[in-house]
Write a protein that binds this ligand. Sequence first.
Ligand code: ACO
Length: 330
Amino acid sequence: MTGSTFLGMGHFVPPRVVTNNDLAVLMETTDEWITQRTGIKERHWVDGDVGASELAEHASRQALAEAGLEPKDIDLILFATLSPDLNFPGSACLLQARLGLPGVAAMDIRNQCTGFLYGLKTADAYIRSGLAKHVLVVGAEVHSTGLDVTTRGRDVAVLFGDGAGCAVVGPTDGESRVIDTELHADGRFAEILMVEAPASRLNPRLTAEMMEQGRHYPKMDGRSVFKHAVERLPEVIHSILKRNGYTLADVDVLVPHQANLRINEMVARQLGFPAEKIVNNIQKYGNTTAASIPMALHEAVQDGRVHKGNLVLLAGFGAGLTWGASLVRW
Ligand code: ACO
């Protein structure tokens, strides 16, 4: 039966590196605090006016080259981001124009750190049903221009980085394929991690007073996010393995969302999963939200940690709340 498979991948980060010590100049923080609590040592931030679709274009062209395809071969673009170039239209349309694909369907996905997995499941469904042949699944974020880089915003500002990761997904009758993707959400906890303004539910959507109060910056109840993440991730991992007849021992590589190294270490301990089979690159990039899973996966493919025949488990958790996992035979 026809399924979908990864034909090529790409990832891109802007060249400017911002270390923890660079942040300590802007706010009251230290390399030690950030490293101990998150594992992050540095991240990449854009310089000047660079939107998510620009980072995505670099990653997409790399993915197309790896797949041996041309932009014209793509018949659907799925763009996961919480930091779109514009409030509207979506970044998928902007990427479509950058790639020179007028007329091709282009859709944004607003599922934060789980966005790439929502995109992957949608691509898989389109391909299995014959509605699409080659789908570009993108996760890309420019966080840096939306962070409060003062001491007031330090709990959030130190976590996030800019970047893009993507995959060209296409049809297959072979063994290498997306086996399954399981997705969840729980909107009751929407406000533990959000950007409140500008918003259609506020009238006016944004005022000078709101900006003075910093309500246009991300707000996070860090402890609550941590607690939910370390419960939901093991739960969805056990669930997807069980419903596909696998156990953790069958998994060759786990590629989790890169929110915080401590979260991933705790999840590994709870699962009893060997640390050396987990891909972590948050140390270099910070949390790149929708981009983090494809960036980590592509790095692991490039350096040989993920290779043909491997059973690869992708797992994500983020604002919404949203969470999910994908099981892929590489
Ligand atoms: N540098 C120095 N001090 C800081 C910083 C900073 N960057 N940020 C906060 N602090 C201070 C706080 O003000 C507080 O000071 P106080 O005790 O005087 O009030 C102190 O450090 C401790 O703060 P806590 O919030 O209790 O620190 P905690 O140990 O909970 O760690 C953290 C905070 C790292 C955010 C943690 O809660 C966490 O990892 N949460 C998970 C959230 C996460 O990873 N989010 C990523 C985005 S969501 C996602 O992708 C899933």
